[in-house]
Design a protein. Sequence first.
Lengths: 300, 375
Amino acid sequence: MSHDPTASSVASPGRQAALPQLAAATSESRLARLTLTITALAFVALFLLLPLAAVFTEALRKGPAEFVAALGDAETFSAIRLTLTVAAIAVPLNLVFGVAAAWAIAKFEFKGKAFLTTLIDLPFSVSPVISGLVFVLLFGSHSLIGPWLQSHGIQILFAVPGLVLATVFVTFPFVARELIPLMQEQGSSDEEAALSLGASGWQTFWHVTLPNIKWGLLYGVLLCNARAMGEFGAVSVVSGHIRGETNTMPLQVEILYNEYNFVAAFAVAALLALLALITLILKTALEIRYSAEIAASRRH
Amino acid sequence: MDVRVHNIRKEFGRFPALDDVSLDIRSGELIALLGPSGSGKTTLLRLVAGLESPTGGTIFFGDEDASQKTVQQRNIGFVFQHYALFRHMTVLDNVAFGLKVRPGHRRPPAAEIRKRALDLLELVQLSGLDKRYPAQLSGGQRQRVALARAMAVEPNVLLLDEPFGALDAQVRKELRKWLREIHDRTGHTTIFVTHDQEEALELADRVVVMSKGAIEQVGTPDEIYDHPVSPFVYGFIGQSNCLAVTLQNGEIWFEDRPIGLRAPAEPDGPANLHFRPHDIELIDGCGGCLAGLVTASRRVAGTRHLELDLGRTHPPVEIELPPERAAAGDHSRIAFRPTKWKLFRDGERQAVVAEAKSESSPIEMQEPTLVAQAS
């Protein structure tokens, strides 16, 4: 952070020449570095790039025309639309919940804080299938409120509300987890400064807190979105697999695959992968574009 | 605006951070809250600001009861140790923030806000840096931006929490002088917190010495240094020695002999003798004095510091002499007598027992800790 003028004068050419060329204490030998690099790259290639390449190859095996036709299928198209709808509802909800939870945990002391922090991690530690089952037990026809919902014509399971609930539950930790350490590190003095200058609570949040956390928030939202679109387990349980109605993209991939319709299955899979890739590229592009500002906001 | 703190108490959980503290600050004063960490000085500052609310007691700004008001309504300027500048805003926007967030009817027009912010940047000698971001400034510059930002709202009182604590020694010294100048020019009532006694004594009109959640002494730097009212202040401000002595018939005894100091009208019994290293005189031929072997000797600027072993279990005593008078080497024996000193008596609350030794000056302190003094 500080550009210390003495630092450069110490490393004057004269002194440097006088010193023997010793490697820094933390640097490894060439061989060790090479081995580590190759191991990491091989791992990435084997477990990340190869499957991705396989998905795209399979999808385009019978040419781009088939690929486009597969995506144009009415049921597939409805699955794409449903996935986008669910993500469009679930992600903003978790944005709000996540900011609220992180704010409460990072800036306030209250009873049950440790409990809340643990609860936020719950969706990560519970199998998604169980997350889905929870909603079936809660809203199913044999549950306590199931009959009441039915008599009032409210459909939660096997409909969009159920899908949204399951997705919200599974993707809940992403935004909060990203923000809590960031907000804790930043402390409350920026907010206190704003309040002491006469800003209202809302002005403080809008002009001070939000700009301080915006990069962490964006990252959390992108991850949350990627997971919301790709979620399979929990959604599978509450969806009911009604074709053209409650099948999301991951579910549609499974159905098509089970029907040996490989080109279509991989076409949808490729599209899903593409959405994830776009998310990552977007994030990287933003990081490069605003690298200086991100670095500044992480400093004290 | 004058600030009056009345019987303020603050507890965090069940731990008392401030215990029944009262303090009157006159309009335009520059006040230092000085104390070791955990003494409650920052808590007191934050209570005045309204960033914390007291468990009991009231705080007045002028005649208004400020303790009923929120931090926004109190209209204070607060400067944080780590600046707390808004990192995503330029220097100019930082300074203008307090004016920009005002509700419409109290907000000056944009052009005037800009002009006032620029004027303040000139006052803190940062003209031309208005378009920079905080990350592009040095620590000293950031703290000056923080001060300009706090002054922009024309605060009733300016509160600074260890304002120079995060800066290196050189910058600290400069900013200290500079803060004094700014204060003399703008005349804001200012309270600053510090654990650095040099800073407090040099900068403040009056110093409030705090310890363990209570105020030990309030006074000008001279009063604090020359007339400490408690053993704590004696020990905390400047250098001092403390010797366990006994009173016998109005005479002060160290171990088995009188040392030539008198505290008449004092009851017999043990007491503690406090004196500063430079308030001593050397004596030839000891007929009632303190004497010890020189165990260490250091030259510090214009004086020589000698460490004396008075024997047995007593901690070493430090005295300061002009270098030419301390020519003798180690292990020589030195006899001396304090010229300015005070007696304090141990106990739960140390009780008044004595008058001053010789001279006419009466004891001016009512604090129960004072026992005897001489100057």
